[in-house]
Write a protein that binds this ligand. Structure first.
Ligand code: AMP
Length: 203
């Protein structure tokens, strides 16, 4: 092996999993390995709330209730982020698309650019494990949307609206389901293995 190995398939990635699946942590690790930006809509919204921007003021209550922000508002945030100069080698979306309408919005954005997603990682964890991890995070980080009631609401929305979009991507042959239970390193290695089978590797 030399250090001049090339990425043969562009890394335009989506990571999907229920809240508490560890996808944010894995997104950070994978994007560092592949030298691409992680685009987390949850992080973008939380930054707006923290900085008390107009958008942040509009969405704060929605985030606190664990409900979804409107598709238009969410997409305009994603579109602006994808239009920044650092996505030429690819990107990893975390938290978007989250429902069928958002899948269409993303397709309508990528198609004229002659781009498409090249892999969708589904991070699978049993419901009890994600709930345990969310309660742990609530204690450690004090997120306002990590209360018991809001956690149940977010998992319910995931199951109803987000999990079904996996079928769309499955029909395009893009989904790799990765077991999300294990050490950080083990889970990262599984994701890296799945991506390299598709010709997506660190350059
Ligand atoms: P997350 O950190 O991905 O769980 O996102 C936190 C919150 O941000 C969600 O509960 C929603 O209120 C909002 N949010 C994040 N991504 C989206 C999205 N794609 N569509 C609508 N709302 C979103």
């Amino acid at each position: 092996m030399t250090d001049t190995a090339q990425t043969t398939t562009p890394a335009r990635l989506l990571i999907i999993g229920p809240q508490g699946s560890g996808k944010g942590t894995q997104a950070a690790r994978i994007t560092e390995l592949l030298s691409i930006p992680a685009i987390s809509t949850g992080d973008l919204f939380r930054a707006h709330v923290k900085n008390e921007t107009d958008l942040g003021k509009q969405v704060k209550a929605v985030l606190d209730r664990g409900e979804l922000v409107t598709d238009d508002m969410t997409f305009s945030l994603v579109r602006d982020r994808l239009n920044e100069g650092d996505t030429g080698n690819g990107f990893l979306l975390d938290g978007f698309p989250r429902n069928a309408a958002q899948v269409t919005l993303l397709d309508e954005f990528l198609t004229p650019r002659q781009e498409e997603l090249t892999a969708v990682i589904e991070l699978g964890v049993p419901r009890e494990v994600s709930i345990d991890r969310l309660f742990q995070r609530a204690q450690e980080q004090g997120r306002t949307d990590d209360t018991e009631e809001v956690i149940s609401k977010r998992l319910e929305i995931y199951e109803k609206e987000t999990a079904p979009i996996l079928d769309v991507y499955r029909s395009r042959g893009l989904v790799d389901t990765v077991d999300g239970v294990g050490s950080l390193e083990e889970v990262t290695a599984r994701i890296v293995g799945a991506l390299s089978t598709r010709g997506i590797a660190a350059s």
